[in-house]
Design a protein around this ligand. Sequence first.
Ligand code: VG1
Ligand code: CO
Length: 544
Amino acid sequence: MQIKTITTHPYNDQNPGTSGLRKKVKVFQQPGYLENFVQAIFDSLDDLTGKILVLGGDGRYFNRPAIQVIIKMAAANGFGELIIGQGGLLSTPAASHIIRKYNAFGGLILSASHNPGGPDEDFGIKYNVSNGGPAPEKDTNAFYQRSLVIDSYKIASIEDIDLDHIGTHKIDNLSITIIDPVADYAELMQSIFDFNLLKQSISSGYITLLFDAMHAITGPYAKKIFIDILGATPDSVINAEPLEDFGGHHPDPNLAHAQELAERMFGLAPPVFGAASDGDGDRNMITGSNIFVTPSDSLAIMAANAHLIPAYAKGLRGVARSMPTSQAVDRVAAHYNIPCYETPTGWKFFGNLLDAGKITLCGEESFGTGSDHVREKDGLWAVLFWLNLIAIKRQSVTDIVNEHWQKFGRDIYCRHDYEAVEINIANSIVDHLRNQLPTLPRQTFAEYTVKYADEFSYEDSIDGSISSNQGIRIGFENGSRIIFRLSGTGTVGATLRIYLERFEADASKHNQNAQVALATLINLAEQFCEIKKRTGRTEPNVVT
Ligand code: VG1
Ligand code: CO
């Protein structure tokens, strides 16, 4: 195999965010842009000679040409084996599983997750390490530092590989295997959940379900698992064909973007259960007939009922949530007397806790839940978890949620996103918030007295690493919180996220609309951050 060394010049913007490097496709199409970042990753890794690399993406525009480039670069850099999903496809949780199952050195996942796709939209790439999880911050920092000084990359002169047929190609000492992207994952799911019970519940008509794959990666996985294996009717999975532009939509599973699903679940004669997943298959939205389950509640409910699921029958070792996620799961952990960890936003912070066996279940408010079965959040796993719960408890989604609130109280929660804010204004908002932090404690606003006001900093209990500036927190004496963070996954301007929560113990007040119940906190948040005043906007772009 002939290997070429190509001279390149560094780009100064290849700093990975919350989950890999995400940029507009046009940015990735600049000469050497993708190659530089991939070479920066390879240069930063310990000896990769002869090792296994897993490769796949969510099928968005630029997925295929990027995979061909990465194959040639992985060949030139000395990997021994490449495992690639057929068609260049792998969901993020499936990639995590395949890295673990085949003892790979790592994997490259091509995705910008819930961001839109197409020639004028977003692309992304992230590296996962040998535990199957996203590279920790020390690695992503190393990739960035390397990208700033890179002056050449290596690429092999080989033909494009046929990605569409399963099989193995041998080129000198390199073997490239194209695998079925779904099979290993479907097998893993069958080892976790009670598939016989699920089959019965679905075939008897007790559970009717609707899954919206949003024209993203989960289509083939959902068809295989729900229709082929579990026997659901073919119309149970909608928007199942992965499209390079996701049909022109945001593959973001929330009530705003999963519109078709929302209309059915809140329309006439809705199915018992409805769910959606995002671009790369790691997020989940859970709904039932006329009910939407807030992701923070979903995490808490899963934790409270996990012992009913075969794989978790022995109980949970501990749980973790990202800092802005509501404290609902903390109450469950306290009830079962298991540890509850609070980490910064992003799945990479759960990896060490999972590896050390300190937690079994973890999640984020951003529609992400997962367990120690892989090292990524996992959309279809969460859907199967809920289906299994409904089948065992023989209760509707509404009853499961209400029963949980009655037992634990309700953490009323919502998130407001202000997208594409001009960077200077966003920074001025953060500075303004920071400046107020020292003076806020002990001040009272309506019925809220500030208990603490700070910037979240996290010390990893396993490796001692410290991650600072992970969001501004204002906590009140009654347990309520307002949190402000700038997103690390956007590609246009800055996105300010405002997270609001308030605990309600009184069951007679549990069925309130969250926006109404949180109105005082929403006004307080504006008083603190002045986003409306400073941008002239009247409302957030997305409310979840
Ligand atoms: C967002 C979410 C975060 C999640 C991340 C990656 O990050 O808030 O909880 O881990 O996306 O998810 P940010 O920095 O924009 O708030 V995914 O499904 O986009 O890979
Ligand atoms: Co995702």
